[in-house]
Design a protein around this ligand. Structure first.
Ligand code: J9N
Length: 242
């Protein structure tokens, strides 16, 4: 997968080259290219934004600069892109979105400021490519860069070969629609707290049941919306207690 990120803060995306993603990049599983939006300005001040039509606070990012930048970046690789624009007003980015993005050949991220990019940019490219405005949560950031770090990590970990243990991605929270239950490791007793007996019993059926019950219990308590959204056939008779 090829990932392009257009941003006025390329340094902010440096972590994409570290650790998990660094190894994936070294293994050729992911190719990350960072592009400084200001490279496509032509004035001495490298202006990328302007006052909003209709008045109001803040600044809006200029369509001309974004148009030149995205034309150049998209043309720099033959793989057809999905354009992803993080925005507070975007559709929710979920594990299902991450799974869908993991099947893409190429993602091009446009990092805007909170007040946004001139809408005509999204409208223009939507006529040629799939364009998604996505929100990573109901809170407001200053710019899209942190959202790109989140999205790229959630997507990259699903790519074959990126995670050490592929079962992790299959069994993590949200993969079966439930939150993950509690996890334990050695020592058996820590500060007077013992690991639940069943986990040391070696009875794999009982362990699976216990883990399912803890996941259902936690989901019912913390995210009843997820439980309500579960398709009927995903809860078996033993689950009905939740
Ligand atoms: N979920 C979310 C996205 C954002 C921003 C994207 C771009 C600027 S601010 N805030 N919150």
């Amino acid at each position: 997968m090829r990932i392009d990120v257009v941003t006025i803060f390329p340094g902010y995306l440096a972590p994409l080259r570290e650790s998990l993603l660094g190894r994936a990049a070294d293994a050729g599983l992911i190719e990350v290219a960072l592009h400084d939006l200001r490279s496509w300005t032509h004035d001495v001040h490298q202006t990328v934004d302007d006052a909003p039509y209709g008045g109001g606070p803040g600044m809006v990012m200029r369509p001309q600069v974004w148009g030149e930048a995205l034309d150049a970046v998209i043309a720099s690789d033959s793989r057809p892109p999905r354009l992803v624009v993080p925005a507070p007003a975007g559709r929710s980015f979920t594990q299902a979105t991450a799974r869908a993005y993991a099947t893409e050949q190429r993602l091009v991220f446009a990092c805007g400021r909170y007040e946004g990019i001139d809408q005509r940019v999204v409208d223009h490219y939507s006529r040629q490519f799939p364009v998604d405005e996505v929100s990573i949560g109901d809170y407001v950031l200053v710019g899209g860069e942190a959202a790109v770090l989140v999205i790229v990590e959630a997507v990259a970990r699903l790519l074959p070969g990126v995670l050490g243990n592929p079962r992790s991605a299959a069994e993590d929270s949200f993969s079966d629609g439930l939150l993950e239950g509690p996890a334990y490791t050695r020592p058996e007793v820590w500060r007077g707290q013992a690991v639940p007996e069943v986990l040391r019993s070696g009875n794999h059926g009982a362990i699976a049941r216990w883990r399912r019950d803890r996941a259902l219990e936690r989901t019912a308590k913390r995210r009843p919306d997820l439980l309500a959204a579960l398709p009927e056939d995903r809860l078996d008779a033993a689950d009905q207690a939740f």
